[in-house]
Design a protein around this ligand. Structure first.
Ligand SMILES: C[S@@+](CC[C@H](N)C(=O)[O-])C[C@H]1O[C@@H](n2cnc3c(N)ncnc32)[C@H](O)[C@@H]1O
Length: 283
C-alpha cells in the first residue's frame, strides 16, 4: 500500500520520539487510529496533527493509548471459552501445575475469565493454575491490577459474566455505581507484567498460551515472528488459542497441530525444535 508522505512523516515521528514501533503495525490500522485522534482534536491534516503532537505531550499519551487499542471483555466469544474449559480440564487430569500465559491481556478481563473458569469448574484444579498476563499498555495493566470495571451504555458486563452459571461468587457487583469488582481469590491466580510481544524477552514452559485479537492489527511480517515466539514459549504438546478471526500463516502451519479449527485452538508439535521444558520463565 502506498502511504501518504505526511502520514509517513507522522509515523516516523511517533516511532522515534514516542517509542511506539509503528513499522510493526498494519498501515491502514495506524491510519484509522491517527485519523480518529485527528477528528477528536479538530486537526484537518496530518501536518497539523504532527504539530500538535510536537507541542503537546498529553496528545502523545492519548495517541499511544489509542494505538494499543484494548477492546476486550469477560468470556469474549463464549464458544471459544467452552473449548478453553475443555483444555484446562484435560490438563488438570495429568498436570500437577498448569502454567498459562494470557498474552496481550488488555485490561485483565481475559486472565480473570480464565481464573473464574478454573474456580468454577470442578474438573479444573484451580490450585494448580498459575496465570501470567502481559500487555504492552501500562494504563491497561493498571486497570487490570485495580480489578474494577465500570459498565457503560454499550458494555453489559453482567451479560458477559453470564457465561458462568452464577458469577456473584467471583465478582462483586454494585448496581449503584455500575461497577464490578473481581474477587481477590480470583486475582490471586494472576500475575500481571508489562511485555512487548515484538521486542520483549522470550518466555518458556507454558501449557496453554492465549493470544487473541492482536494479530488483526499487526503487520504480517511480525505476526509470523510473534507466533514463533508464542510457539517456543509452549511445552511440547502445549495448547495455543488465537482470536476467532485470526489465522496461522501457511509457513507456520507445520509447527502447530489443529486441535479445534473453528475455535482456533492448536497444539505445539511434540517434536518442534528448541524445546525448553523444565519450568516457566516467570514466577
Ligand atoms: C484488542 S486487545 C485484545 C485483548 C484480549 N486478548 C481479547 O481478545 O479480548 C489487543 C491488546 O494487544 C495489546 N498490544 C498491542 N501491541 C502489543 C505488543 N506489541 N505486545 C503486547 N501487547 C500488545 C494492546 O495493548 C491491547 O491491549
Amino acid at each position: 500500500m502506498s502511504i501518504d508522505p505526511a502520514l509517513a512523516a507522522l509515523l516516523e515521528y511517533v516511532e522515534a520520539e514516542l517509542g511506539f514501533v509503528t513499522s510493526h503495525y498494519n498501515t491502514s490500522y495506524l491510519d484509522r487510529r491517527v485519523s480518529s485522534r485527528m477528528r477528536r482534536t479538530g486537526c484537518d491534516t496530518y501536518e497539523e496533527y504532527l504539530e500538535l503532537l510536537q507541542a503537546d505531550p498529553e496528545e502523545g499519551t492519548a495517541l499511544l493509548e489509542s494505538l494499543s487499542i484494548n477492546v476486550t471483555g469477560f468470556f469474549r466469544n463464549p464458544d471459544v471459552w467452552a473449548g478453553i474449559r475443555d483444555v484446562l480440564a484435560t490438563l488438570s487430569e495429568t498436570n500437577e501445575t498448569i502454567h498459562v500465559w494470557s498474552a496481550a491481556c488488555a485490561d485483565g478481563r481475559e486472565p480473570y475469565s480464565l481464573s473464574m473458569l478454573a474456580h468454577d469448574d470442578d474438573a479444573i484444579d484451580e490450585s494448580a493454575i498459575h496465570i501470567l498476563a502481559t500487555d504492552i499498555s501500562e494504563p491497561a495493566l493498571e486497570t487490570a491490577r485495580e480489578r474494577t470495571y465500570t459498565e457503560s451504555r454499550t458494555v453489559d458486563l453482567g451479560d458477559q459474566l453470564d457465561f458462568l452459571e452464577s458469577y456473584e461468587e467471583y465478582v462483586d457487583h454494585d448496581p449503584e455505581t455500575r461497577t464490578y469488582r473481581v474477587a481477590r481469590s480470583v486475582a490471586n491466580l494472576v500475575t500481571f507484567e508489562r511485555h512487548d510481544l515484538i521486542s520483549g524477552e522470550l518466555k518458556s514452559g507454558f501449557d496453554l498460551v492465549i493470544c487473541r485479537n492482536l494479530f488483526i492489527y499487526i503487520d504480517n511480517e511480525y505476526k509470523q515472528s510473534i507466533l514463533e515466539t508464542l510457539g517456543r514459549s509452549l511445552r511440547p504438546n502445549g495448547y495455543l488459542v488465537i482470536g476467532k478471526a485470526e489465522t496461522i500463516p501457511p509457513k507456520l502451519k507445520s509447527a502447530f497441530e489443529v486441535e479445534d479449527g473453528r475455535l482456533r485452538i492448536y497444539r505445539r508439535g511434540a517434536d518442534s525444535g528448541n524445546q525448553e521444558v523444565e519450568s516457566p520463565s516467570h514466577k
